[in-house]
Structures are given as C-alpha cells and as structure tokens.
Design a binder for this molecule. Sequence first.
Ligand code: GDP
Ligand code: IMO
Ligand code: MG
Length: 427
Amino acid sequence: MSTLVVVGAQWGDEGKGKVVDALASQADVVARFAGGNNAGHTLVFSGQKVVTHLVPSGCAYPGTRCVLGAGMVIDPEVFRQEITALQKSGMLLQDELRVSLDAHVIFPFHRWLDGGREDQVGGTRIGTTRRGIGPAYEAKAARRGIRVRDLLHPERLRARLIANAAIVNAELERLGAEERLEVDAEVARATGWVVWMRPLICDAGELIDASIRAGQRVLIEGAQGALLDLDHGTYPYVTSSTTLAGGACSGLGIGPTAIDRVWGITKAYTTRVGAGPFPTRLDDAHGELLRQAGDEFGATTGRPRDCGWLDLPALRYAARRSGLTGLCVTKLDILAKMPEIAICRSYADGVVPGRDELDLARPVLEGLPGWGDPALASQIAQARRLEDLPAPARAYLDIISEAIEVPIALVSVGPGRDQTVFIDEAF
Ligand code: GDP
Ligand code: IMO
Ligand code: MG
C-alpha cells in the first residue's frame, strides 16, 4: 500500500493539516492536488504552530518531498512568502519542493475581481476568501488561464495577458474598481517570479507516477471539504475546484488505479465559514461555546466559523462521494468541553443530501448521554490508544462509523502532532 488520499469530509477546516502532519513522517512525498491559498492548514509540533496555504503539510519533515499539482491555482507572491518563512525556520529545503508546469497562476487582477464581485451590491455573496481563486479557475475553464509553464516564455505570457486584458478590465470598470490589468507591468512582475520559481518547476504528474512506481509512499492532501466541491457541494456556495478524492487523480495526473486508500476527515462537530446552507448550524449559546472552546476562527481570513452539531447525513454523503475507506475524527477533546451534546442522524420530512438542496434540511437532533463531565475532556486529550478513550467517546465513534459505514482510522484529541490515536495503518 503506497498511496493514501486524505480529504475534508465537511465544509473545510476539519484538521487536514494536523492529520497530514501526523502521518507525514511515514511518507516520502506529500502532494496537493487542488485549490490555492484559500486553504489554511494548521500544524502544531514541538511548541510551534505553522499555517500552510500552498505548500503541502509534509513540509515540517526535512527530506519529505512536497509537490504542488496541476489542479492547483498558485499565487506566486503568497508562495514566495510561504517558502521564505518555512526556510527561515529550517523546515523546508529548496530541493524538497516542486510545482507543476500545468498549475494555473493567480495574478493580482484575479484577486481584484474576486474582491470586487464580493463587494458588489445585489450580487450573490459567496463569502469567498477573496484570494482570486474563483476568477483564476474561471479563466482556466474559459481557456484563457495562465499556467506556470507560460511564465517561462515571456512572449507567450504576453499573448495570454493580452487575451485577458480587455475582458478583465471591462469587468473591473463595471465593478467600480480602481485597478487595471496592465500587460507590461504584469510581464515584468512575472519575470521576477521566474527567477526564484524556475528550479521548482517540473512535470509533477511524471514525478508522482515515478514515485509510486518506485514503491515510495505518497500522501495526497486535499483542500477545502466535500460540501464545498464545485460539482457535489452546496452549489453555488462552494469553491471553484474539485475537493473530493476523485480530484486527486485529475489534479495530479495519475489514474484511479494508483490510489490505495482514501481517508476523510471530520470534526466531532461541524463548522462552516462563508455563506450557504449548514443544516445543524447553532445560532445559540451552544454555537458560541463551540466557537470559543474550539477557537473556531479561520486560519486564512480570521473570520469566525459558524458552529453546529455533527451532521451524519451530510457526512455520509461526503463519505460516498469520496469513496472513503477510513474516517479521521478530530477535535473530540473540544466536544467534551460542552455541557451537553447532540448529533443529527437524519433530516425532517425525508430530506436527503444530494437528492434535495441542503437549504431545505431541518435536522432531527438527538441528545447523547454521558457527556458534560469536565473530567472527560482531559481524559480524551490524554488518550493515545483507542482503549484510553472514555466510554462516551467510544460510543460516539461507533455511532458515526455505523451511520456512514466507514471504519474509524484515526482520532485526533488535540492540535499537536502527538495528540493522535492511530487506529488503522496509513501505508
Ligand atoms: P484544515 O484546513 O483542515 O487543515 O484545518 P484548519 O487548520 O483550518 O483548522 C483546524 C484547527 O483545529 C486548527 O487550529 C488545528 O490546530 C486545530 N485542531 C486540529 N485537530 C485538533 C484536535 O483534535 N483538537 C484540537 N483541540 N484542535 C485541533
Ligand atoms: P481549508 O483547506 C474552509 C470557502 C470560503 C467560501 C467558499 C468559496 O483550510 O479547509 P473561495 O475563496 O474558495 O472562492 O471561497 O469556500 N472556503 C473554505 N472554507 N476551509 C477552506 O480551506 C476553504 N477554502 C474555501 O469560505 O465559503
Ligand atoms: Mg483550514
């Protein structure tokens, strides 16, 4: 077994960074396949906290190769800052990092468009991260996107920018934005990027394929979560890329036969940041308690996350759409800080995710006994084996696993790398 895909099974921020970091010591390669710096993945180890936005969460292990795949959109300015910070702390060696020739590039004008659209009066406010993700993927689908490989050829780059300028500038004007895409300035900017990016650029599909063939262990890190998937999420309140495990194949350039296992990550409760349906959202004191206890503020934008109880119908849907073979449950220690807890096993009136729009879903909530004892939180935080977990926590994991028909592969009981209960083998 050499290839494991790890994806979010909710609306993002499930703890992908934590889980990937906890597994990365076993991997030779860690690769991301989609999204951009809308992602914020938090790693905590040896008293340090690191948030990655573009670089895969294997970066904290010197010697582990980190690959940014073709399905990603990359803002070179953010990429550069992230590399500099990681190198300064001694975590990332230059030769460990690779970026695909075919990844698309986010230019400042993509960010201006994203922000301008979000601020537009009367528009559909998605609550995006304003990082230019949607406009960059939109240009890709319209076949006027600019890829990493175009940066290496100034004349081709100029032609691609010219193909964008009239469309982009007309929209910026309509949005009332002050900025404009100026072709010469963007060519000059990109020339500066190439100086440091060139040694990192490669055919990432070939690299991953060769690693798998050589018997190396490849850990594939998703971004966002299943319910934010462009095709299968709560459209239009989604991101602009594939967040499901299937996207790992197209986003890296490998076939489905290369994937051995797929693990999904869920918090022990649910959070969402940005607009859109969230059936178990709590607008009361319980929601506020979860936000404070779980420190539920976005790792990328700092926005407060909406919080609610665990939504089993939505999780089951995510498990099916990504073909999960194992489930990782995070933040069980936080759930234990609540004076009482509930879970959603179904929606009223037979509403089903996928068939029905989730804004129609009214959760049927069930209180669970045995929680609310302050001693539980510390027992859970100290657990390192399944047997160490107190009975209510074990029962909770059983309920989840039975409802979604996927075995529990890992439980996270704190933000730190070592605060992990490993149940199944990753590789
Ligand atoms: P990601 O986007 O899926 O990588 O998740 P984020 O990093 O955006 O958000 C998850 C937050 O929860 C981060 O602050 C993590 O450090 C934290 N975290 C992850 N797992 C656990 C856990 O089991 N317990 C606690 N207390 N915090 C956790
Ligand atoms: P990680 O990888 C949580 C949400 C935004 C917004 C919607 C569209 O850290 O889990 P976009 O900027 O992508 O066009 O925004 O998607 N979103 C995330 N929410 N975690 C993320 O990433 C997210 N990436 C995007 O809040 O609702
Ligand atoms: Mg995050």
